[in-house]
Design a protein around this ligand. Structure first.
Ligand code: URA
Length: 232
């Protein structure tokens, strides 16, 4: 423990941000075992180990793998989708199928690579037949997502599609109304946009143009938070 008042104030602010992320997900009790303030990489490893073999909901019965998340543990931008599909379930990595290829292109269209971001989903196990995740499944998985958010503490969160946006923002508004603007969540901003699978099904230029507008907003916010982190 340092006696430096500025250092203590920074530590208190980091802890408050961490707790606000958990509070945003309705978590009221935090077990204090382990190393709650360890680095993001160690915290993610612990969470992933805890999620292996999870049986918190019925999705565990049909999955091959828990698709926990992948990418940079120090990411300032976190991308959150809906749930793993067939290919993701097979490989154990999020967004590696057709929608994932489009996601890679979407990020690259504004100069962001997959390596620099962290990618995960609202539910970590594949819904059978790629059906929508059910409310109890989303609730059962919420502590893992809250833990990921608390570990990484991203400045910008890209919510892909209705389920991710509605769960993060605790709203029933459709994605068409949520996209195109910033929403505050704890110390981060959430930028909702269309899910790449939706864009593959609706390839009209209007949807793609709107998604590109959202990506430019993500790029702007990403530059802003990185400038802040570098003390610029
Ligand atoms: N769709 C998602 O929402 N997530 C994935 O990981 C893959 C497809």
């Amino acid at each position: 423990m340092t006696g430096d008042p500025a250092g203590l104030a920074d530590a208190a602010r980091a802890l408050a941000d961490h707790l606000r992320f958990h509070q945003a997900f309705g978590i009221r009790d935090l077990p204090l075992a382990g190393e709650p303030l360890g680095g993001p990489s160690a915290a993610l490893r612990r969470l992933e180990a805890a999620s292996a073999g999870c049986t918190r909901c019925k999705l565990s019965q049909g999955r091959s793998t828990v698709v926990f998340g992948s990418g940079n543990p120090e990411a300032r931008l976190m991308v959150i989708g809906e749930g793993p599909g067939e290919e993701e379930d097979r490989q154990g990595k999020p967004f590696v199928g057709r929608a994932g290829q489009l996601l890679t292109k979407m990020l690259e269209s504004v100069g962001i690579t997959r390596d620099e971001v962290y990618i995960t989903n609202i539910v970590k196990c594949r819904p059978p037949g790629n059906r929508n995740p059910e409310p109890e499944e989303i609730t059962a998985c919420a502590p893992y997502l809250a833990g990921q958010l608390g570990a990484i503490q991203p400045g910008v969160i890209c919510a892909l599609g209705t389920f991710a946006a509605q769960q993060l923002l605790k709203t029933r508004e459709p994605i068409s109304r949520l996209r195109g603007r910033l929403h505050k969540l704890g110390g981060a901003v959430v930028v909702p946009t269309f899910h790449p699978a939706y864009l593959l099904r609706n390839p009209g230029p209007e949807f793609r143009r709107q998604a590109y507008d959202d990506l430019k907003l993500i790029r702007r916010e990403y530059d802003r938070v990185r400038g802040r982190a570098a003390g610029a």
